[in-house]
Structure formats: structure tokens, C-alpha cells
Design a protein around this ligand. Structure first.
Ligand SMILES: Cc1cc2nc3c(=O)[nH]c(=O)nc-3n(C[C@H](O)[C@H](O)[C@H](O)COP(=O)(O)OP(=O)(O)OC[C@H]3O[C@@H](n4cnc5c(N)ncnc54)[C@H](O)[C@@H]3O)c2cc1C
Length: 366
């Protein structure tokens, strides 16, 4: 493949190996070079320097709520998980709020496990911009040196986390379904890999902080202590208007325009390929109505154009955790299960930790 360098004259490298614009520094060339002529020197920090990074930092993404800014539910989920990890490491749990100072009662995050809440206030942070938030958050991380940074895998979190990771030259594991600490005090980040066929446990031994995103509804909110207080600290922010290249033209609330709020539904009726005929879909709709549930689907029904993508549950769709999950004509492929595996565990009577997942069909469906 010929690659054009955009602004420079292409130098003549002759037969020498050289780095092109598409190089990801994966290191394969060094492994396969027959003359052993290529080596890649990666700057890693010493064990002593790694130990300087302490604490878990949660990015607090907020949303508008009656003129004030309120943290999204995923923030409380991350705080519960963060509390557990911080206790294992015996390190503090911190939360960073960015905005124009309209976040209601930042110290209430202490009730959810935070030891310290850092607030970054600036008029230019009033609305989310990936470049503005990235500049400020990168500076905060460089200053306080946390060992772990966690983001919600929301549209904004997914835009921000890789930018910060690239700017600070860090690893990032997206859409983690499990987080733990190993015996070397490293963050073990579990996520589906190879099309969901294996669960990979990923560590970042050479860089700090270790950064990860987690989808909403993956971890439950398990920590609440009304007596716990967080120490709130204001961080001075320097942010130049020229650093923000994104211009927000219009904000559209997708949950209002494009489909049901599956993430909050307590009962979900999911239809799969075995239930895609119109008469069966009608029955599923009635079942959802009778159970006060929300209708959702598997990926094949989105591909067939029967449902919008906002109704798809699974690895490339939405993650849900209802109390009751009914699957009609669903085979239970791993890519689907990964989106509903955090549904409430079965009743104690059933002596199993698996969610209430009923796979069923209708009597007259052939
Ligand atoms: C990278 C990647 C990401 C993916 N992401 C997602 C995702 O986010 N969400 C998702 O759902 N899938 C996803 N998939 C697709 C996934 O692998 C499966 O193909 C999909 O989940 C299967 O959907 P299904 O269960 O509806 O269909 P099928 O696997 O075809 O299952 C249909 C089921 O219906 C049963 N059935 C047939 N007729 C009847 C009947 N009359 N009554 C009752 N039961 C009947 C069949 O026995 C079968 O068990 C992804 C795949 C890849 C590779």
C-alpha cells in the first residue's frame, strides 16, 4: 500500500525500514525481521516510579437536571466498584467533577464511597467538549497521579477516555465487564474479546495510571453510607478558548427521540430471530404490556430493520440489568448474554447466581 504523507515531502528511505503514518507500533516487524535488524525501545517507568501513582479516580459525568448538573447513574456504579478496589489497595477513592460550578452538592459523592471530590470549574467546561475536557483532565491526572482512572462508557466517556490515554501515552481497556486487583497491585480489566468468544484479563504493567471504561448497568450500586463525608477540593483550571475546536450546534436527547429507556426498565421482553414474524412480534408486544415490561431485541432483528439499534441488547448494543428478563426466540449467544448478564440474580429459592433468564416461545408459533 502506498501512503501519502500529508504535509511533508516524502523522504527517500531506500530499502530501510521506516515508520509510516499507519504504524501502530505493534512490534510485529521487529519479531519477523529475518536479519534481526529492527528493535523497538519502549519507554517504561521504573517500579519505584509506578509506586508513586496512588488512588482510584472516577470521572464524574453529569447531566442536566432542572437547571442543575447531576452525576449520571454510572458514576455511582463506578464509585461502588472504585470503593472496593481502593479498599483492596488501601488507597483513596477520588472523584473529579468538571463543569461551570452548577453540580449540586458535590460532597454527596462521599456517601457513595468517595474520599475526596476534586472540582474543576470554568465557564468553558459548561458543556462537554472532548478537547476542552481532555486538556483539563490530562492536567489533573498529571498533577495528582492516580493509579487507576475509570470512566463510564457513555458516548462522552468513550470520546474522552481514548483522548486522555493518547495524550498521556497510557493504555485503555474499553467496555470492561469486570475489574479486580491482582497480587502485584495491578488492575485486572476483564472484557470480552475475539467477538465475545473469550473473556480477556488485561493488565497494564508499564504505564500509569491504568485506565478503563465501564458500560452503565455492569456494576451494581452497592455502597451507600449517609454518614461518610468527602473532602471537596477546588482545582485551579487554565483553559484557553482556542483549545476547544468543537462547536456544539444542537443537542439531541437520543433516549427521548429514538426509543425506550431500556437501561432503567425493571422488566424486559427480548425478541430474537425465532420470534421475528409479525404475528409473534404482536404476541411479544402483548406480553411486554401485561408484564409492564419494555420490548427489546437481539442483533439480527436490528439488521433486518425490524427494530432500531437503540432496542438491541448485547455487546454491540445496550447493557441492561432488569429484575426479570424474558427472551422469546433467543438462542443466548455470548454476544447477547454479555448485555444482560448483570440482570438481578435469581430468587434465593432457585439456589443459583444466574439471572432470571427465561427462554420461551409461543404455543402456536410452529
Ligand atoms: C462482534 C459481534 C457483536 C455482536 N453483538 C451482538 C449484540 O449486541 N446483541 C446480539 O443480540 N447479538 C450480537 N451479535 C450476534 C450474536 O452472535 C448472535 O448471532 C445473535 O445474538 C443471535 O440472535 P438470536 O438469538 O435472535 O438468533 P438465533 O441465534 O438464530 O436464535 C434464534 C433462536 O430462536 C429459536 N426459535 C426458532 N423458532 C422458534 C419458535 N418458533 N419459538 C421459539 N423459539 C424459536 C431457535 O431455536 C434459536 O434458539 C454479535 C455478533 C458479533 C460477531
Amino acid at each position: 500500500m502506498r501512503i501519502r504523507l500529508p504535509f511533508r515531502r516524502r523522504p527517500d528511505f531506500g530499502n530501510c525500514a521506516h515508520i509510516t503514518d499507519v504504524c501502530t507500533l505493534c512490534g510485529t516487524c521487529a519479531t519477523v525481521c529475518p536479519a534481526n535488524a529492527i528493535s523497538i525501545r519502549r519507554n517504561s517507568i521504573s517500579k519505584e516510579a509506578l509506586a508513586d501513582y496512588k488512588g482510584i479516580l472516577i470521572f464524574v459525568e453529569c447531566q442536566d437536571s432542572g437547571g442543575r448538573q447531576k452525576p449520571k447513574t454510572v458514576v455511582y456504579e463506578l464509585l461502588s466498584k472504585g470503593r472496593e478496589l481502593a479498599d483492596k489497595l488501601n488507597q483513596p477513592l477520588m472523584a473529579v467533577i468538571m463543569g461551570n460550578g452548577k453540580v449540586s452538592d458535590p460532597d454527596h459523592l462521599g456517601n457513595y464511597g468517595a474520599d475526596q471530590v476534586l472540582t474543576c470549574t470554568h465557564p468553558l467546561l459548561a458543556t462537554f467538549s472532548a478537547d476542552g475536557y481532555c486538556s483539563v483532565l490530562s492536567a489533573v491526572i498529571s498533577e495528582i497521579k492516580p493509579s487507576v482512572v475509570l470512566y463510564g462508557a457513555t458516548p462522552n466517556g468513550r470520546e474522552l477516555a481514548p483522548r486522555v490515554a493518547a495524550r498521556l501515552r497510557l493504555g485503555l481497556t474499553a467496555d470492561c465487564t469486570g475489574l479486580d486487583i491482582d497480587d502485584q497491585a495491578q488492575l485486572v480489566q476483564t472484557r470480552p474479546a475475539f467477538g465475545g468468544n473469550i473473556m480477556a484479563a488485561i493488565v497494564a504493567p508499564r504505564t500509569r495510571p491504568q485506565t478503563a471504561t465501564v458500560r452503565p448497568n455492569v456494576f451494581p450500586v452497592t455502597y451507600f453510607d449517609p454518614a461518610r463525608k468527602a473532602d471537596v477540593k477546588e482545582i485551579a483550571v487554565t483553559l484557553n478558548k482556542a483549545a476547544i475546536k468543537t462547536k456544539i450546534v444542537k443537542e439531541i436527547n437520543l433516549t427521548e427521540t429514538a426509543g425506550p429507556d431500556l437501561e432503567k426498565s425493571r422488566v424486559i421482553v427480548t425478541v430474537g430471530r425465532g420470534c421475528s414474524k409479525p404475528n409473534l412480534l404482536e404476541k411479544a408486544r402483548k406480553l411486554a404490556e401485561k408484564t409492564a415490561g419494555t420490548l427489546a431485541c437481539t442483533r439480527p432483528l436490528v439488521e433486518e430493520g425490524i427494530f432500531p439499534h437503540t432496542c438491541q441488547i448485547g455487546q454491540s448494543g445496550i447493557t441492561v440489568n432488569p429484575d426479570l428478563y424474558l427472551g422469546v426466540g433467543v438462542s443466548g449467544a455470548v454476544q447477547h448474554l454479555v448485555g444482560m448478564g448483570s440482570s438481578k440474580p435469581s430468587l434465593p429459592l432457585m439456589k443459583t447466581r444466574t439471572p432470571l433468564f427465561f427462554h420461551c416461545g409461543f404455543r402456536d408459533c410452529g
